[in-house]
Design a protein around this ligand. Structure first.
Ligand SMILES: Cc1ncc(C[n+]2csc(CCOP(=O)(O)OP(=O)(O)O)c2C)c(N)n1
Ligand code: SF4
Ligand SMILES: [Mg+2]
Length: 298
């Protein structure tokens, strides 16, 4: 096993990158993919691809204009999503997807701006940025893949790792209280907040449509299996077994307050929509308080 891990990954010739399609014909979602970038890097059983598919199905279902939808990612396995999308996408530096997206939205307010990234990228190194984008109600949708660890760099613990959970940096079990992303997003000022698991593909797709249709800061958390990192160290089984866990332990609710949706190690998972409110966006506030007064005083 160790010997195998030491070996360099096989080099994939360019022609083979397109051969995955041979014999399969066209797929209805092909137009959303940069085919030359396939195959993707995600491990077998990883849930990121399911969230990725839910996102492109949302684009298809709502017929969002591909030329007017932009996706920004940070760094991580989740952040790789940007590179596979046949849209204008930006794979930015670690933790900085939100500032890039904010700048983009300010320069081109007509674009639907989506951030697709991981729990570590958005809430550890990028934690400062996300709370302020929510506070300002910047008009964007954030899809956060929460796999409870830093998958890409070897499974370190992060701000969503539950107490007790083992990771490479918490070998005796995590001794820190994690963020509840739903409560945090609401408290910071988000106008729309929802959580789903990788099992809830249809609800997730529809929730992304709703979030992207909302004017203001919308946040969708997606709980996903990371069989290679988090699951292996906690003996949670394969991707399929984790999906079974979601089936048996998640429940859809519309009565819980965000503060009551915390996730415990191997605990129940409350999913659904938790916030959907109207409030002026950053651009509207800016126009009202700055632009108009500047024009009047001139
Ligand atoms: C400035 C900087 N610090 C650290 C890293 C190393 N790094 C790359 S991805 C990552 C964490 C990614 O975790 P998460 O956002 O949860 O994504 P996942 O891989 O779990 O999808 C870290 C720490 C980096 N690339 N840049
Ligand atoms: S390390 Fe984890 S998050 Fe990254 S691709 Fe593999 S299973 Fe997915
Ligand atoms: Mg992660």
């Amino acid at each position: 096993m160790k010997e195998r891990l030491k070996q360099a990954p096989p080099k994939i010739p360019d022609e083979a990158k397109l051969s995955w399609k041979k014999g399969h014909g066209d797929h209805p979602l092909d137009r959303y993919l940069k085919e030359g970038r396939i195959p993707h890097i995600w491990c077998p059983g990883c849930g990121i691809g399911i969230a990725f598919t839910a996102f492109i199905k949302a684009l298809e279902k709502a017929e969002f204009d591909q030329d007017k939808t932009v996706v920004v990612s940070g760094i991580g396995c989740s952040g790789r999503a940007a590179g596979y999308l046949n849209l204008d996408t930006y794979h930015t530096t670690h933790g900085r997807a939100i500032p890039f997206a904010t700048g983009l939205k300010l320069a081109k307010p007509e674009l639907k701006t989506v951030v697709f990234s991981g729990d570590g990228d958005l809430f550890a190194i990028g934690g400062n940025h996300i709370i302020h984008a929510a506070r300002r109600n910047v008009d964007m949708t954030v899809i956060c893949i929460n796999n409870f660890n830093y998958g890409m760099t070897g499974g370190q613990g992060g701000p969503t790792t539950p107490v007790e959970a083992r990771t490479t940096t918490t070998p005796y079990g995590c001794a820190e209280h994690p963020f509840n992303l739903i409560y945090l997003a609401k408290a910071a000022g988000a106008a729309y907040v929802a959580r789903w698991t990788a099992l809830h593909t249809h609800e997730l797709r529809d929730s992304i449509v709703e979030a992207m249709s909302k004017t203001g800061f919308s946040f969708v958390e997606v709980i996903t299996p990371c069989p290679t990192g988090y699951a292996r160290r906690n003996r949670l089984g394969t991707g399929l077994e984790i999906m079974r866990f979601y089936k048996e332990n998640s429940y859809i609710t519309d009565i819980l307050e965000p503060e009551d949706t915390a996730l415990l190690f191997k605990g129940k998972i409350a999913v659904g929509k938790f916030v959907d409110i109207e409030k002026p966006t950053f651009m509207e506030m800016y126009r009202e308080y700055i632009v108009q007064q500047a024009e009047n005083s001139g």
